[in-house]
Design a binder for this molecule. Structure first.
Ligand code: AMP
Length: 210
């Protein structure tokens, strides 16, 4: 059974690869970023708390995200799963690995992309309101989702360069150490995320067909 975690800095292509891996393996996936943004949009009390972290580029507290993820896993533990954006800290990784409310992942995929490439991507990034796909748009070009054809593409509220720099700094400080954590367990695959989405996916596909 595949239990996959996908790690990578903001705009490294996690969402795009997640959709493709879900289709390839027929497993459910959770994007913790999407889950948190939906909670913010709902206007709930929890959403307001979450908003105060996301919109200043900070990670939400471990206990809060761990509670949300363990609830989702309890409903989705049978077929295997993919987690996009969780774990992001050592405390989250250790909980996923060892706590009864979670299950240990079988593989950790890390997408590696340099900071300046990511800054360029942030400006052209949109989210499809219809199917949730992450879409890259060129300046002046028509904005259409290549996955479902919808023209309702929105800019994520946390996608500005200043916010990106803070998220990236958190990523380097808090999430990158997980590479060593998973490498020590023999679970880490690092991929060059600067190549095209197709090229990244074909490496992933090869891995799962072996
Ligand atoms: P993402 O869509 O994965 O870029 O996540 C958007 C934002 O949600 C992040 O910048 C964090 O503020 C928050 N977030 C998502 N996943 C986590 C997590 N595992 N731990 C803490 N904060 C998270």
């Amino acid at each position: 059974m595949h239990r996959i975690i996908l790690m990578g800095p903001p705009a490294s292509g996690k969402g795009t690869q997640s959709l493709r891996i879900q289709k390839l393996l027929g497993i459910p996936a959770l994007s913790t970023g999407n889950l948190l943004r939906r909670e913010v949009e709902s206007g709930s009390e929890l959403g307001q708390e979450v908003d105060s972290y996301i919109n200043r580029g900070a990670y939400v507290p471990d206990e809060l995200i761990m509670k949300m993820v363990s609830k989702w896993l309890a409903d989705n533990e049978e077929k295997g799963w993919l987690l996009d954006g969780f774990p992001r800290t050592l405390a989250q990784a250790e909980a996923l690995e060892n706590d009864d409310a979670f299950q240990a992942p079988t593989i950790a995929i890390a997408l590696d992309v340099a900071e300046e490439v990511l800054v360029g991507r942030i400006a052209g990034r949109r989210e499809c309101s219809s199917c949730g796909a992450t879409v890259r748009v060129e300046p002046g070009a028509e904005e259409v989702c290549p996955e479902c054809g919808s023209t309702e593409l929105t800019v994520r509220s946390d996608d500005d360069v200043e916010n990106f720099r803070r998220r990236y700094a958190n990523y380097r400080e808090l999430t990158q150490p997980l590479f060593d954590y998973y490498a020590a367990k023999g679970k880490l695959i690092t991929l060059d995320g600067t190549t095209s989405p197709d090229a990244v996916f074909s490496v992933i596909e090869n891995h799962f067909s072996q």
